[in-house]
Design a protein around this ligand. Sequence first.
Ligand code: 0T9
Length: 380
Amino acid sequence: GKAVPTEQRQGWGQFLKSIASFSGDLSSLTAPSFILSPVSLTEYPSYWGEHPDLFAACATGKDDVEQMVNVLRWFIGTLKGQYTARNTSMGSEKKPLNPILGELFLGSWPDKNGRGETNLVSEQVSHHPPITAYSLINEKAKVTLEGHSGQKTSFSGGSINVKQVGHAVLRVPSADGKGETLYLITLPHLQIEGLIWGSPYIELGGTSHICSSSGYLATINYSGKGYFSGKPHSFKATISPSSKASHPMYSIEGDWSGSSKFKGSSPEGGKDAAFWDASSDREEVSVKPIEEQQPMESRKVWQKTAEGIKTQNYDAASKDKSRIENEQRQKRKDEQAKGTPHQLEYFVHVDDDKEYADLAAKFGGHPAHEEAFRRKPRVH
Ligand code: 0T9
């Protein structure tokens, strides 16, 4: 394949072999330079906010079902960024920088047309295995999202299978204005394909759910080339009352990286109405200039490493990466010696998430025990 630079072919072959004989945490494997991304995994939660208008619209809808439709539209709207953005910006999926414990990514999207400002806080809450906690808040629209993201990876049939560990909870004012509605969001499985060619890309598979405390369930089935639709990046979603899951109120299908539409009726009444067009612009998150960032902010931490990768000065990149990793090892040793373990800055660890258990129990089929990370109350 021509995606692998000639001088790195051997290295790529060896890397693939090491993936094949490896199980668990791929983030710690050393990869050939052409596949390295200058972006840390702590930045990835920003994909949840790249359509701030759809995020704010999660609080709208004349009733609970219509609100669920809006939440599903925001969720589907994030998929193109989450799973294809690196291909678009860098030519293929790339190996992100492996965040250090306590690494932060802080950003926002401005208020435009009255939609309100959205604020993002992302924190690396575990280094091994890597787990990122995140929170997105639009105070004006009263929409919040809180979640964490980890991965369990395995290798089979030439591709990497990634089971996402973690969930998110979206919180909005209820459609009737009398309380709060919670939406539990589970995440799809992903497969990293195209590895032998050195041009990896993601395909989604399996099923994910959005379960609402108002009693509705969105079920999203993903498929790619060679599955039921035969088309890449396909999905079929249904929205049902939790009690009668067999009879969906709405069905939606299409390409999560392209266009999708209702199959049959839609809340607006029309038949086969448009649902979402993923060609609409994603709004990149705004972050402070590096010079103004705190020492633990991601782009500050990785400034030199990222610079090295971007300018193909890989020796400099790897030297700086080693420096960071050594510092981290020393820090952990010191903490252990002093008996002062690392403290999370923005989040609190919850061993057994009751919100998850309650929402999952409404719909069955989920494990009852899940950890979570709650955003600490903010001091104004
Ligand atoms: C949460 C997302 C996640 C993170 C990434 C699997 C992956 C790390 C996790 C799941 C986001 O909401 C969505 C998108 C992309 C996912 C990454 C893709 C990827 O390849 C990496 C893994 C750890 C690798 O870097 C594998 C090795 C590499 C050579 C393949 C390009």
